[in-house]
Write a protein that binds this ligand. Structure first.
Ligand SMILES: *[C@@H]1O[C@H](CO)[C@@H](O)[C@H](O)[C@H]1NC(C)=O
Length: 264
């Protein structure tokens, strides 16, 4: 009961405190987002390597309620121009998407760089820029290369070095065009549910592997950020890769977003 009262009081106070007009000023950017696995398809085309979600959804068809997988998804790999046209119709100003680690590095390691993968993401980014939509790129959205999982995936400390290598390849190739980067999407979910629950890779080791994953993701994030600071300082004026785990800040917008969030 007391909780309810607090809630109602808050609602009343906030409705007095602000009019809707004050909630979003012109530094607030609206956008839409996706992830590679949920949209791209083309899971085994043009040199892409297998990811843990490819393997897991093929081996455990009963875990997905309609027994589907992400082999084709929404086929955005082939239909990205249609998708971008639709994003444009929505009237948003940025699009957050993720790059599939295994499309750039099929084995997860930099000994083999898939030029078709690099070309594909250049085409996507160029199309967005042509349409006046800012690309915001997530480096890792749950789809670890399967070959790295065979080494223990996020439970093996060496994964942080491999992530830095991968991040460097991304910044070298796309850093001049993409100025907002996110290192990890929802680390809590892919560690807790991936290593401790029902998500890929499905090791079901709650209390051990999920904790190791969390530790190594934090290390990987910090190390990637230091690498960016040290090696890409020439891009600093135009690029943001902030020390935020869930999202890097959108230039200029975040302070107003946080200070004004309460009136939304
Ligand atoms: C790719 O995967 C599909 C199943 O989604 C399969 O039918 C096809 O043969 C595979 N292609 C290659 C080149 O392995």
């Amino acid at each position: 009961m007391s909780l309810l009262i607090v809630f109602i009081l808050t609602a009343v106070i906030s409705s007095y405190a602000a009019t809707p007009k004050q909630c979003f000023d012109n530094t607030f950017h609206f956008g839409v987002g996706s992830s590679a696995l949920q949209t791209e398809g083309a899971w085994n085309l043009s040199g892409k390597g297998e990811s843990i979600w490819d393997r897991y959804s093929h081996d455990n068809q009963d875990l997905v309620f309609d027994h589907t997988n992400a082999d084709v998804a929404t086929d955005s790999y082939h239909k990205y121009k249609d998708d971008i046209r639709n994003i444009k119709k929505l009237g948003v100003t940025f699009y957050r998407f993720s790059i599939a680690w295994s499309r750039i590095l099929p084995t997860g390691l930099i000994d083999e760089i898939n030029e078709d993968g690099i070309k594909h993401y250049h085409a996507v980014i160029d199309e967005l820029l042509k349409e006046g939509i800012k690309p915001m790129v997530t480096m890792y959205h749950w789809d670890l290369p399967q070959s790295l999982q065979e080494l223990g995936g996020w439970t093996n400390p060496i994964i942080a070095d491999y992530f830095v290598d991968y991040a460097r390849v991304l910044l070298q190739n796309f850093g001049g065009k993409v100025n907002t980067w996110v290192t990890f999407n929802e680390p809590y979910s892919f560690c807790h549910d991936g290593y401790g629950g029902l998500y890929a890779p499905g090791t079901r080791s709650s209390g051990r592997h999920d904790y190791l994953c969390g530790h190594n993701v934090l290390r990987a994030h910090g190390m990637a950020f230091r690498m960016y600071e040290k090696e890409f300082s020439h891009l600093k004026e135009i690029m943001q890769l902030r020390a935020r785990i869930l999202a890097s800040r959108y230039p200029g917008a975040s302070r107003s977003m946080y200070s004004r969030w309460s009136c939304a």
